[in-house]
Design a protein around this ligand. Structure first.
Ligand SMILES: Nc1ncnc2c1ncn2[C@@H]1O[C@H](COP(=O)(O)OP(=O)(O)OP(=O)(O)O)[C@@H](O)[C@H]1O
Length: 514
């Protein structure tokens, strides 16, 4: 039991950090009690990841003190953090994919006592940790063959193996299916029961309310409030984060669908290994409606979207925009698809939506650089491009409002807004959007959802792919559920979560096949 005199697991005192002109952490004080799950929420760019990176030794604070278990510690790098008992479960896993679970867990702990004890001892220790925390996993499985939920468990095991008493998880459920997320929270509960301390960063207030004991709110580099979770609400947290009341649901009137704008017929897409990812899919999207594709990640939605956007070559089928087949002459590429009035917000902004080393204003026109409004004779009109970027920054409240900043230095949610503003402002006939609010804060979600509804009401056709069922249910006028590359159901837009959930799990599909 934690007695009132037990020092906090972590105390941050006056932590301050600047990146050039950006004051990312402003004299932050934070105390996290031992054996608790402590949530940290805040808008995109509020400074959450920076604070955690300081705690984990990726960055050094310009000022301030870190105390672990009551004693000041100098966390100069991640090794020092590990020595202080702090472990990080990364958003983008840092595992060696072709190594086994055991090899990954041992890797990097080489100098430690455990490795010197040899593989057999390490295996025994791994088993012990696994049993103690219900982290059921095969130590001899090769990491790349494991689903993401299990890969994340390997990250947790790795931290525990190094003796972590404090675990930091940054947006851990972004890549998980709902069932995997539930399992993760069970594991976190078990870890807490064993006295471990957990710091959870997430934009999902539902998760905060479901699993944390306390929650702290950051806004524009400051720590503005800490609450006992039982004594707060999603509305209060949202208001503390954003500084104003936020609509937590989408307000939209009925759709007035017009003629078919996008028509997909018997589309089949195979991946590089020849595996069928999209299997003879047909549907239409009309002007003035949002069609949502629901499904657990990996069931072909991404490939479907990429094929329509001209990034992947379908092996069969037709895609028509306003009646005209794309690539009828055998040439299908993203530039030609865009020219036909299609805009695309890709799911993976890092690999497809942005060039991170470019300045913001360069990404703000990426793919549209041949538009005459960005040209002066044969050359790019830099002044026009920057003026255009500044207008989008203002309209989409992209922070910091600096169109010359390298894109890599924007926070994740702000990077997402850069892509969205570029594609939405094209005023496309068809907008393809993949995971529009992944990693995006609550105020920005409200804004993005309003923009999508406004675009629909302006008579545009929108195809939305999202693994967030809430998002699909609140935005889509029609829902298509994808499972194993096929559309397995078209539930009404007001269908309940469980009904759609069953289709997403393929239950309905299996029954139909039997
Ligand atoms: N290496 C860096 N160089 C320059 N600026 C940076 C760097 N890292 C972060 N920043 C800036 O510091 C601020 C805080 O960013 P941080 O990533 O901590 O926010 P966050 O709260 O984690 O946001 P998100 O929810 O979007 O991940 C942002 O304005 C960001 O652009």
């Amino acid at each position: 039991m934690t007695s009132p005199t037990t020092p906090p697991a972590i105390e941050l005192v006056g932590i301050d950090k600047r990146f050039g002109a950006v004051h990312a952490n402003k004299s932050i004080d934070l105390s996290i009690a031992r054996g608790t799950i402590h949530g940290i929420v805040g808008e995109n760019g509020a400074g959450k990841s920076t604070l955690m990176s300081i705690l984990y030794g990726f960055y050094q604070a310009d000022a301030g003190e870190i105390r672990v278990g009551g004693a000041p510690v100098a966390i100069t790098d991640s090794q020092a953090a590990i020595r202080a008992g702090i472990g990080m479960v990364h958003q983008h896993f840092m595992l060696v994919e072709n190594f086994t679970v055991l090899e990954n867990v041992m890797l990097g702990a080489e100098g430690g006592v455990l490795l010197r004890r040899g593989t057999a001892a390490a295996r025994a220790e791994l088993k012990r940790i696994e049993r103690e925390y219900g982290l059921d996993i095969d130590p001899d499985a090769v990491v790349e063959e494991l689903p993401v939920g299990l890969q994340q468990r390997v990250e947790i095991l790795k931290a525990l193996y190094r003796g972590a008493e404090i675990l930091i998880l940054d947006e851990p459920t972004g890549v998980l299916t709902p069932a995997e997320a539930d399992h993760l929270f069970k594991i976190l509960g078990q870890l807490r029961a064993q006295g471990k301390t957990i710091v959870l960063i997430t934009h999902k207030l539902r998760e905060i309310l479901a699993v944390t004991d306390n929650v702290s709110v950051m806004r524009r580099g400051e720590m503005v409030a800490t609450r006992k979770t039982a004594e707060t609400s999603a509305e209060e947290l949202a208001e503390l984060m954003v500084g104003r009341r936020v609509l937590l649901h989408v307000e939209k009137g009925p759709a007035h669908p017009g003629p078919v704008v996008l028509s997909v017929e018997k589309l089949t897409v195979r991946d590089a290994r020849g595996v069928t990812m999209v299997d003879g899919v047909s549907f239409d999207v009309r002007a003035g409606e949002i069609v949502g594709i629901a499904g657990v990640a990996g069931n072909g939605q991404s490939e479907l979207l990429e094929a329509i956007a001209g990034i992947r070559r379908p092996s069969a089928g037709t895609i028509r925009v306003n009646g005209e087949a794309l690539g009828a002459d055998g040439r299908l590429d993203p530039a030609r698809v865009r020219a036909s009035g299609l805009a695309h917000v890709p799911e993976d902004r890092h690999h497809m939506g942005l060039v991170l080393s470019f300045e913001e204003n360069e990404n703000a026109i990426l793919g549209y650089q041949t538009d005459p409004k960005y040209l002066k004779g044969p050359l790019l009109d830099i002044d026009a491009i920057r003026a255009d970027a500044r207008a989008k920054i203002e309209r989409y409240d992209i922070r910091p409002p600096d169109c010359r900043l390298r894109t890599a230095n924007f926070s994740g949610g702000n990077q997402q807004k850069i892509v969205l503003s570029r594609e939405i402002e094209r005023d496309p006939a068809v907008l393809l959007v993949g995971q529009p609010t992944r990693g995006v804060d609550i105020g920005a979600i409200e804004f993005i959802h309003k923009r999508l509804v406004a675009l629909r009401d302006a008579g545009k056709a929108i195809l939305l792919v999202s693994v967030e069922l809430d998002e699909i249910r609140s935005l889509a006028d029609r829902i298509l559920v994808m499972f194993a590359g096929r559309i397995v159901g078209t539930p009404p837009a007001d269908a309940d979560e469980q009904e759609i959930g069953l289709m997403m799990a393929g239950i309905e599909a299996r029954e139909a096949a039997e």
